[in-house]
Design a binder for this molecule. Structure first.
Ligand SMILES: C[S@@+](CC[C@H](N)C(=O)[O-])C[C@H]1O[C@@H](n2cnc3c(N)ncnc32)[C@H](O)[C@@H]1O
Length: 119
């Protein structure tokens, strides 16, 4: 899911490399409702909380996922301050933890994962 339909060819390319299929959904975080998430087992987000304006919508989407019974929520980020603001509030409301991650191969990167278990 992404607000920008132009991202989906890239998603398709990554999916093909990984031998999986995807179903594109053009939507804004603000518009994701509890009913949209009823059949969802795991909600993953990658680098989706990078502006002040996204702290509230991403947090609300997590609240709705918890209400809908989504079992696990994982949001990864290169540790922008806005991600930490959102994650701190989400952990206060729902529990969960922040895990550090690091890539040490040819691509070097660090970041954090917000992980909330809801089962
Ligand atoms: C930094 S990119 C990350 C893209 C992808 N998740 C990844 O990890 O490669 C942030 C994405 O968030 C999308 N985005 C920004 N605001 C959004 C919103 N309110 N609702 C849905 N998507 C949004 C943008 O279109 C952009 O594709």
């Amino acid at each position: 899911m992404d607000a920008d339909p132009a991202v989906f060819p890239y998603l398709d390319a990554v999916a093909a490399l990984n031998g999986v299929s995807t179903t594109p959904w053009v939507q804004r975080f603000e518009k994701v409702r509890k009913k949209d998430l009823k059949q969802t087992d795991i909600l993953f987000g990658g680098d989706i909380c990078f502006w002040d304006e996204l702290v509230k919508p991403v947090g609300t989407m997590i609240d709705r996922a918890i209400d809908a019974g989504v079992g696990t929520i994982v949001i990864g980020d290169p540790e922008r301050p806005t991600f930490h603001q959102m994650a701190e509030k989400a952990i206060q409301r729902h529990g969960g933890e922040l895990l550090n991650w690091r890539l040490t191969g040819s691509v070097k990167a660090t970041g954090a994962l917000l992980v909330i278990h809801n089962d």
